[in-house]
Design a protein around this ligand. Structure first.
Ligand SMILES: Cc1cc2nc3c(=O)[nH]c(=O)nc-3n(C[C@H](O)[C@H](O)[C@H](O)COP(=O)(O)OP(=O)(O)OC[C@H]3O[C@@H](n4cnc5c(N)ncnc54)[C@H](O)[C@@H]3O)c2cc1C
Length: 421
């Protein structure tokens, strides 16, 4: 039998948190991290700031250069895991290496979805996920050139802002009727759209890209279903992500391409020696009280730490995640967490001040805060996030809004109104 070894697929938020937690309890047994990238662990959240030219590569790194040596971690770079043999407990890489594990953590994250549009593989069409992606886009970007962004989610808008910073002419093509439709309500999205317009970024909503046009296989622009054409020197596609679980496809862990790994509250999959954390996994959501896909950095770190602790033999239960997104567009800060577009049975308090450029929305379930949106003034985000996580019932929910309070809108279909001034 091979000696005990912890193997981690993924060298990012979840993988690093797990390795550090394992080392807290076990300084002896081998810890092996496998990554298909060439870099030491870096912050994926900062790739758009690198693209904007605001950060250098050095700024991106999460840990000092001696991190892996100090913790006795064997980092295997540029090796893509192509299969996992659960019977033999072996991970197989594209370099032909077979690496035995006793406990395996899958922290392989997710990859951008690529929509099926003719011409999408033209040169000059990119996704923004990795540092290498950011480097390639940066090489192609240039003042005065046209950039078209396909998608209106957080990553798309961050890419748009980065290219705007590089003085490009930026157009964002959104299929829904607002930006950040998974995260914001229409009011908050309106603030963001106005800010983008003020910056000189064009947002076109309810569009459907039909064709990526090219000349000699080099992108020239995007044609919409209605015939409208947007010239582009580069196109960045941001249409969401799908978990990197291909190496499990066809096993009892993953029965469908791109499906996330299911875990219990210990971040353990149906195979008791295989754990999963971060963007690769479906995890327990505190406010939904169900398993859902909350692919954000802090959740990946927390889940990785929980997985690492359990792998090292210390029982540790995951408290649960909440969805949370934050961004700053041209000085306008926006944070949204938990349930932001409530269905029936939930109560909403809203406060909108167009002159000050602020908007607050608090969502409650039976006097428990379950979600919020803050635009313009995000000072209370920490307080609200803490309250959501605490699951505390509040005796006076409306006190959470700062004075003077003015309720411009109460979600009428919700029935219950907590307080109206
Ligand atoms: C541009 C951008 C901006 C973002 N901004 C924010 C933000 O502001 N706030 C926030 O909370 N989140 C943000 N996110 C999301 C956040 O980056 C992710 O939630 C987080 O990186 C997930 O961490 P992870 O460890 O699960 O996976 P990842 O960071 O995706 O890392 C996956 C790791 O697995 C490796 N890997 C994958 N497949 C294989 C394989 N087959 N073999 C070997 N290695 C493999 C990769 O090389 C990598 O090391 C942003 C993401 C992007 C792209």
């Amino acid at each position: 039998m091979p000696p005990m070894a912890y193997v981690i697929i993924g060298n990012s938020a979840a993988g690093i948190a797990a390795a550090e937690r394992i080392r807290r309890y076990d300084r002896e047994k081998p810890v092996i991290i496998i990554t298909d990238e060439q870099y030491s662990a870096y912050s994926r959240c900062l790739t758009s700031y690198y693209l904007a030219g605001q950060l250098t590569e050095r700024d991106m790194y999460l840990r000092p250069a001696d991190f892996y040596d100090r913790l006795g971690i064997d980092l295997k770079r540029r090796q893509k895991v192509v299969a996992v043999d659960q019977e033999k407990k072996v991970v197989v890489t594209d370099k032909g290496q077979s690496i035995s594990y006793t406990k395996l953590l899958v922290a392989a994250g997710a990859s951008p979805k690529v929509p099926v549009i003719p011409g999408i593989n033209s040169r000059g069409v990119y996704q923004l996920r990795t540092l290498d992606d950011a480097k390639k886009i940066a090489m192609d970007a240039g003042e005065g050139k046209n950039a078209v962004i396909l998608g209106g989610g957080l990553v798309s808008l961050k890419a748009a802002a980065a290219l705007w910073q590089r003085k490009m002419q930026v157009t964002v093509l959104v299929s829904s009727n607002q930006v950040m439709s998974q995260t914001l309500d229409q009011t908050a999205a309106g603030f963001v759209e106005s800010k983008l317009k003020e910056m000189g970024i064009t947002v076109k909503k309810q569009t459907r890209a039909m064709l990526v046009e090219n000349r000699n296989n080099r992108v020239t622009g995007v044609r919409l279903a209605g015939g409208e054409f947007f010239p582009a020197d580069i196109v960045v596609v941001g249409k969401g992500v799908r978990p990197n679980t291909g190496f499990f496809l066809g096993t009892d862990l993953v029965n469908e391409a791109g499906a996330p790994l299911r875990v219990n509250r210990y971040q353990q999959t149906a195979d008791q020696d295989i754990y999963a954390a971060g963007d690769v996994a479906l995890t327990y959501d505190l406010v939904q009280e169900d398993y859902t896909y909350n692919a954000i950095w802090p959740n990946a770190v927390e889940q990785g730490a929980v997985a690492g602790e359990n792998m090292a033999g210390i029982s540790c239960e995951y408290a649960g995640s909440i969805s949370m997104n934050s961004a700053v567009f041209g000085g306008l800060s926006v944070i949204a967490a938990g349930i932001t577009r409530p269905g029936s049975g939930l109560q909403v308090l809203e406060e909108e001040n167009p002159r000050a450029g602020t908007y607050k929305k608090l969502v409650f379930a039976e006097n428990r805060l379950v979600g919020y949106i803050l635009v313009g003034d995000t000072a209370r985000a920490g307080l609200y996030t803490g309250l959501i996580k605490s699951r505390k019932k509040l005796t006076n929910p409306d006190s959470l809004l700062e004075k003077p309070r003015r309720f411009l809108h109460i979600n009428s279909h919700l029935g219950t109104v907590l307080n109206v001034n």
